[in-house]
Design a protein around this ligand. Sequence first.
Ligand code: FRU
Length: 483
Amino acid sequence: FDMTNKEKYRPLYHHTPAYGWMNDPNGMFYKDGVWHLYFQHNPYGSTWGNMHWGHSTSTDLVHWQYEGDALLPDAWGTVFSGSAVVDTDNTAGFGPGTIVAFYTSAKPTPWGDAQMQSIAYSTDGGKTFTKYAGNPILTSTERDFRDPKVFWYAPGKHWVMLLAVGQQMQIFSSKNLKEWKHESDFGLKQGAHGGVWECPDLVELPVEGTKEKHWVLVCNINPGGPFGGSATQYFVGTFDGKKFTNQFPTKTKWMDYGKDHYATVTFHNAPDGRCVALGWMSNWQYAAVVPTKQYRSANTIARDLTLYRQDGDLLLRNAPSKEIEAARKDAKSIKKFNVSDSYSIENLLDGNDGAYEIEMEIKSNGAQKIVFTLLNGKGESVLMYYDTAMRQFVMDRSNSGETAFSRDFPAMTAAPVGEGDDFTLRLFVDRSSIEAFGDGGKFVMTNIVFPSEPYNKMKFESVRGSFTVKKMNVYRIGAPSRP
Ligand code: FRU
């Protein structure tokens, strides 16, 4: 392959495949200072097919190194999504500290796709894998039966597997990672059901400011997201090792309020008790036709998950992982300013390469709308605003650049915003994506964009009343070396 980057839309601080198509992150784990990210990869073309697990590693969650493809199709089929664990105590008998990967083997048959679960193990820390001779380990007559997520349930001293089956999640248990017992199902009359449920996860998270912990079941759904197509919902509840119970069954909770956040799952074994998530930054509505050629799709930046309480509810906070701050380069501070009509910052960065973060603290003085628009010299723009009456943050990408490749692409997305006059926002712009984190991650909105040149101007406008931008910093973010 020609691995040199020829694409102007390729992000500088987000993970992408050097070549070929990518969808879901798979088998993510952390061991000995290294973050491992596998991914649904078609090494032969830039649309979906021939699914392999590509493999990249990082020591800082920002700079990624491609390690080659780790899992290739075999007689059982192509390799769909799944997870990996470090089997420290050798419960499976492949050796202590072995990496055991779980994936769905997908085999086309004359009567439809057969999906079953398989295992592969690695004794060299995740670089190369051996397929287990006893594959497949779980079969079914269900049509959609996939995406195994495995983790250790310490109180019960056993492993747990979640599987996405149709529009439900099935929960299994095991002592040895090979034989699995079906324990329970979750999902009937719970949450959104506009499409098939995929890529589950189940994690125990601390509730901020307390000693409490609750379980969060992550459920990717496609289609049926709040703005069309793919999205991630979650449920907060209890888990006894066999059965998950949703404690807040009345409303659907979304993890991200953009159009480009899917297949999000967490790293096994993250250090310091952290729970770190990563998603696929696209949407099945148009992922195959976005205007890149040599590769398709990027991952989101890493996000640390915790729970916070609000009005008797428990909600997920997705904070940008701290590693991204270490990747900041020269900071440009913009002096405090007031906006009662409009105000422009003509030049966000000298020699703007399209990869930066904007950090802002805004105080409303009765403004009904706090509007800010990113613009480039080609008349392309991304409009964003806080609607202080509707308590919403909105992003509109309908004039963001190339949009005509899909009628589902031009879109306006909205996220709920808590009470108060103070708004903090971090915008991560990386050539062809914008991730907006409000209030330290109380809401996140991820949208991809295809501007013909970087947005380098920001125009502020006030609708009724005024607002103050108390703090504004623009950081260039370090570009990784490419293979
Ligand atoms: C989700 C998904 C998974 C499946 C994989 C195939 O995006 O449909 O359910 O395992 O992609 O590439």
